[in-house]
Design a protein around this ligand. Structure first.
Ligand SMILES: Cc1cc2nc3c(=O)[nH]c(=O)nc-3n(C[C@H](O)[C@H](O)[C@H](O)COP(=O)(O)OP(=O)(O)OC[C@H]3O[C@@H](n4cnc5c(N)ncnc54)[C@H](O)[C@@H]3O)c2cc1C
Length: 429
């Protein structure tokens, strides 16, 4: 039977088309070989990346283009990682930014909403990655038959095309001098006497080990790098929002307004969102608190919600997005010797709204600034890097902790309370 190297495979499906016995199936990003395989090797010759081979005939790995050492290695090319790599490269450091997926920004796991004032601290809005400009917010809080709606204007915001936005941020990091590698995954950390001094990496064809002064772990909700480095990043189930979203096309919607519905029926412990993405289109999704009982899985709850909305019900779901959002307190330690956590990996999302793009960018910038200072001072100990944890606390961390407490104070059944909705509304800006 033919063997699939899943770290090399880029899921193009070419092998399926040349198989004479229907032995291959591409299930999204998983290539499966079944017992029909006759080992004819058609697929082996058709594979552009050498991901298929017969037992004992694994292709030689390509020569690695990675250097043996960098000042800083950033794991994960989301907004947090790209911002960290950009800032560190601008500070003159030798930076490597690695992303395990083959396309930065894809697949999208986001509703893509950001506030104008927050965004422009980092980058000028650009039509290439702005899908809609927002000027109004409508929030409905519904518990049993009790529903109230609040309107707010004046808050300017955007719905992004994250697929492009994330890539543009990574391109900017590259222009500033960072080396950017896709299809390159961190698979472990190298520790010596408890301090991180490098990373184990699979670069698409081979395993390599590289040394670095500092690892910035911006690996998103998975947060494995921190865990490998000895930091406790495990996410409590009750602090996890389980989300599903459709990009609905062919709907009627105000293209300048974002809609939120806090609803126990459709989104226990969370809310439903409708974020317009240009004329006749919107990201329509919901998040539910993972540990609460629910009547159905999030996709079904979302489908049922859409059926209740005449303006959405006739739409067509042209994209499905699923993902989890950490709405947690940060880990006890954001840094260790030679390692810093950034963005979702550091649970820096707003616990009220689940918004984390801007927070990840703020944290990425702060982490890289402290990394540059630490390298200049030749001290990359946890003690020195704690300056980053302190800077984060001052910039956003205290506010995120306040929002976490507020979430705790108002259990789902009490979220029609004026005080909760007011705080929620502020957090959407
Ligand atoms: C359904 C949903 C809707 C959301 N809506 C919004 C919203 O409207 N507004 C908002 O502000 N936020 C929203 N968020 C949250 C937002 O998407 C995240 O907070 C944000 O993307 C965090 O950025 P990040 O850089 O920390 O991580 P990510 O964007 O998750 O990037 C992490 C990257 O690390 C890579 N990676 C992981 N492990 C490895 C490894 N071992 N080696 C190499 N690379 C690795 C991943 O492939 C990924 O590309 C939403 C999230 C979800 C799930």
């Amino acid at each position: 039977m033919v063997i699939v190297d899943s770290l090399r495979c880029c899921y193009c499906g070419g092998c399926v088309s040349v198989c004479p016995v229907d032995a291959l199936t591409l299930a999204e990003t998983r290539l499966v070989v079944n017992e029909n395989c006759t080992e004819c090797e058609n697929c082996v010759f058709a594979c552009p990346v050498g991901a298929l081979y017969l037992e004992g005939r694994a292709p030689n790995p390509r020569a690695s283009t990675l250097k043996p050492r960098y000042d800083v290695v950033v794991v994960g090319a989301g907004p947090g990682g790209a911002m960290a790599a950009y800032t560190a490269a601008q500070a003159g450091l030798d930076v490597l930014l690695i992303e395990k997926r083959q396309e930065i920004g894809s697949p999208v796991r986001c509703a893509e909403g950001v506030g104008h004032d927050q965004l422009v601290q980092f980058i000028e809005p650009d039509a290439r990655w702005i899908a809609a400009e927002i000027s109004r917010v409508e929030i409905t809080a519904r518990v049993n038959d009790n529903a109230r709606t609040w309107h707010a204007g004046g808050g300017r915001g955007y719905i992004l095309e994250r697929r492009v936005f994330d890539r543009v941020l990574a391109e900017r990091a590259a222009r500033a001098g960072a080396s950017v590698r896709v299809k390159t995954a961190a698979t472990g950390v190298i520790r010596e006497d408890g301090r991180v001094r490098g990373l184990k990496i699979h670069d698409g064809t081979r395993k390599v080990e590289i040394e670095t002064s500092i690892v910035i772990a911006a690996d998103g909700v998975e947060a494995q790098v921190g865990r490998w480095a000895g930091l406790d990043t495990q996410l409590p189930l009750r602090d996890t929002m389980v989300c599903a979203q459709f990009l609905l096309a062919g709907i009627e919607i105000d293209p300048t307004c974002t809609y939120y519905t806090i609803s126990e029926e459709f989104a226990p412990g969370g809310y439903v969102w409708i974020f317009p993405k240009g004329e006749g289109k919107a990201n329509v999704g919901l998040g539910v608190q993972a540990d609460l009982p629910r009547r159905a899985d999030p996709i079904e709850l979302l489908t049922r919600f859409i059926e209740t909305q005449p303006n959405l019900a006739r739409g067509h779901a042209v994209t499905l997005v699923v993902g989890n959002v950490p709405v947690a307190l940060p880990p006890a330690r954001l840094v260790g010797d030679g390692v810093m956590l950034v963005g979702d990996a550091a649970r820096q999302v707003d616990p009220l709204t689940g918004g984390g793009i801007i927070n990840a960018m703020i944290a990425g910038r702060l982490a890289a600034q402290v990394a540059a200072e630490a390298i200049a001072a030749r001290d990359t100990s946890a003690n020195f890097l704690a300056r980053y944890a302190e800077a984060w606390r001052k910039a956003r961390g205290s506010k995120m902790e306040r929002n976490y407490r507020l979430r705790e104070k108002f259990p789902p059944a009490q979220r029609t309370d004026e005080r909760f909705v007011h705080a929620f509304m502020l957090a959407t800006k």
